[in-house]
Design a protein around this ligand. Sequence first.
Ligand SMILES: C[S@@+](CC[C@H](N)C(=O)[O-])C[C@H]1O[C@@H](n2cnc3c(N)ncnc32)[C@H](O)[C@@H]1O
Length: 203
Amino acid sequence: MRPGYFHDMYAVDPDPWGFTSRWYERRKYALTLASLPRARYRHVFEPGCSIGVLSEQLAARADRLLACDLVPTAVEQASARLAASTMARDTEVDVRQWDLRGPWPDTTFDLIVVSEVLYYLEPAEARAFMTSAVGHLEPDGHLVSIHWQPVVPDYPISGAEAQRIACSSAGLSRLAHYEDADVVLDVLARGPAFSVGEADGLR
Ligand SMILES: C[S@@+](CC[C@H](N)C(=O)[O-])C[C@H]1O[C@@H](n2cnc3c(N)ncnc32)[C@H](O)[C@@H]1O
């Protein structure tokens, strides 16, 4: 992506994708949250968190949450949203500025949510990101990848290619897949692929 691409977007509009207003986004978040195999996670990571609308909903399912974005004004908005949120009141929240092409934080996660962010990277960067993600996922961890399907000419790769890179990462197996004309979602597991019914003793 052109340097300054995202900074320029936030300078024009504090919510450039309409995360707080669009039904597409509310539905995308509902799909993401419904797809999570566990009710609650110990440590959740959302890279590319923007203004923290999904982060807030993830916080309601997490003991700890790390949310990061490249753009300082987005990080400020996400921090303020999470600090004021009753959904996040039982969660230890850390919101940071971080370029996801750089070194990873020295910690591990049992859930990483890659929501509409992998296609901003070049293919080699996206593969390196996924290798790091798998390396920072705990043995029972899950990774959800969800992207907009239609090709966007500005973006280095399509949503379909982003999903292919995520799903072909060594060390992950697929638990679930959802796809329609707009959005594609995969739930991936680091360890053995137990179903929710198995984990809940139903089979
Ligand atoms: C489309 S938003 C996705 C927000 C959120 N994950 C969601 O689904 O609601 C993409 C965000 O990724 C951030 N981003 C893009 N490239 C990044 C990078 N290299 N490192 C960190 N954040 C990045 C942008 O600043 C933007 O806020």
